[in-house]
Design a protein around this ligand. Structure first.
Ligand code: AMP
Length: 143
């Protein structure tokens, strides 16, 4: 199963922000959209970074709530690990696990084309395991 099968189901829209947005504005977007990370892009749609709720909590813990007035460009992760639609879900899971992050932007032709979260991967895996169990039950019932 590939990343495309998740995107076909959940859609390809990604919540993005510019690097000049403040961390306070990012918090508002995270809360309003009910999401855990925002991809920072330039005006051509190229990925510049990613910021997650975890980054913001860490920054507030270290430096206080004053950081909410800083631009997200000062606090985001710039070395973003991405994947492609053709990548397998297992490969994406392995990348999330070894990098210890829960979000992977999908890139097509150099541009942002979707986002996979750990929640999407877990949901997909549970559906797959349930389907396999159902197939086993029918096979046993037929024997
Ligand atoms: P998360 O688990 O996604 O909340 O992110 C944990 C940390 O990894 C934060 O510092 C994020 O900025 C960073 N991060 C999240 N996603 C990625 C990614 N795809 N590539 C690189 N770093 C990431």
């Amino acid at each position: 199963m590939s990343v495309a099968s998740i995107l076909n189901h959940k859609g390809r829209d990604v919540v993005t922000a510019r690097s000049s947005a403040t961390l306070g504005e990012i918090c508002k977007m995270l809360a309003e959209k009910g999401i855990g990370a925002i991809v920072v892009t330039d005006d051509k749609g190229h990925i510049e970074g990613i910021v997650s709720e975890r980054d913001i909590v860490r920054m507030i813990g270290r430096s206080g709530a004053g950081i909410l007035d800083l631009p997200v460009g000062d606090g985001m992760t710039r070395a973003v690990v991405t994947c492609r639609e053709e990548d397998s879900i297992n490969a994406v899971m392995a990348r999330m696990s070894s990098g210890r992050f829960r979000h992977i932007p999908v890139v097509a032709e150099g541009k942002l084309a979707g986002l996979i979260s750990i929640g999407d991967v877990v949901k997909h895996r549970i559906a797959q395991v349930e389907q396999e169990a159902e197939q086993m039950r029918s096979y046993i019932a037929m024997a």
